[in-house]
Design a protein around this ligand. Sequence first.
Ligand SMILES: NC(=O)c1ccc[n+]([C@@H]2O[C@H](COP(=O)([O-])OP(=O)(O)OC[C@H]3O[C@@H](n4cnc5c(N)ncnc54)[C@H](OP(=O)(O)O)[C@@H]3O)[C@@H](O)[C@H]2O)c1
Length: 368
Amino acid sequence: MAARIVLFGATGHTGSRTAQALTTRGARPVLAGRDRGRLGPLATRLGGAAGPLETVTADVTDTASVRALVGPGDVLVTTVGPFLRLGEPAVAAAADVGAVYLDSTGEPPFLRRVFEEFGPRAERSGAVLLPAFGHDYVPGGLAGALALAEAGARAHRVDIGYALDGGRGQGFSRGTLVSLLGVALEPGFGWHGGRLAGEPTGARDWRFDAAGRTRRGLSVGGSEHLTLPALAPTVQEVGVYLDWFGPATSLAHRLAPVTPWLARVPGAPAGMTRLADLVGRRVAEAPTTGDGTRTHVVAEVRDAAGQRVSRVELSGPDPYAMTADLLAEGALRAAAGDVQGAGALGPVQAFGPAGLIALAATAGLTRA
Ligand SMILES: NC(=O)c1ccc[n+]([C@@H]2O[C@H](COP(=O)([O-])OP(=O)(O)OC[C@H]3O[C@@H](n4cnc5c(N)ncnc54)[C@H](OP(=O)(O)O)[C@@H]3O)[C@@H](O)[C@H]2O)c1
């Protein structure tokens, strides 16, 4: 019998899209959130002729309510963010009880905590933690793994570039904007000289071609840094870059070296939290660009002399559609017992290269 799937954050933008993606695939997830008044109508709408889906109330400020969501072997999907502020109770519950955990985070410091702090706890209980199982950072993990496999023992460095095309207006959801502001002053990381190293987000830039155009991406801590080196022992350098910042790219790059000092200015982190809350109250819950956006992800592997050895480019749909489909498909396959291993894992480690290619294709992510 397939395991129970619990979706925490079901009433949010990404959560409701993930709930829809699950029910479209025939699943009947348990919908969890803090607001019973919003869970009920969603459960009725998505439950269809078979009756409303089961709902459970849980609030991250009441950790017992979050612990009560999952039992051993359950699959917990969470889209409750910002994760740095709100994510710990859910990952701790899954890690300690021996559940499979998937989340939609893209926040580097939270990702690092999942791997370094909760991963060992999960290994002890047999839990599997799959953080950032959405647009950030499944495509880069897949493109990087394919490019590394093609490069073989010549692989010395791998760079991953994320590009977005199309759509005018508010390109990110309210939740994403609040999460981005919440980590603006937080330490980032990279993989240099064969080890994980702290560095400010945006400290490096990379020009790469995607979908026929040259882009300029800024560096960010991704799950690729934490998972790709294990696939290719010769790799000494891993870079992950986002081209999302348009005209603000140069300014963000120039300001990056001073963010560690800004973070130490008394009141600056609290001020950033207040700004994130203000933005959260002012912007629309959903992006206004619709589903017209396209994602392109490039992985390039170079040898020790800097010669390009392999290149893989993937294309996919709008990031929110892709995230909902990846979370839904990942949860269903985990519930069916398709995940291998224990602890905090990358997408390739959990599903294997062939399994991940098939899973990604169901979310519209394919080789360009
Ligand atoms: N990496 C990616 O590719 C990617 C893609 C999509 C989203 N994301 C991330 O996913 C997160 C959610 O984004 P979103 O657009 O869905 O945001 P959202 O619409 O604001 O949803 C946030 C969810 O968190 C819930 N929540 C807030 N405080 C809570 C609490 N104390 N206890 C329980 N639940 C609580 C909200 O419940 P209410 O409905 O009751 O307010 C809502 O369901 C963000 O961190 C975003 O950056 C990442």
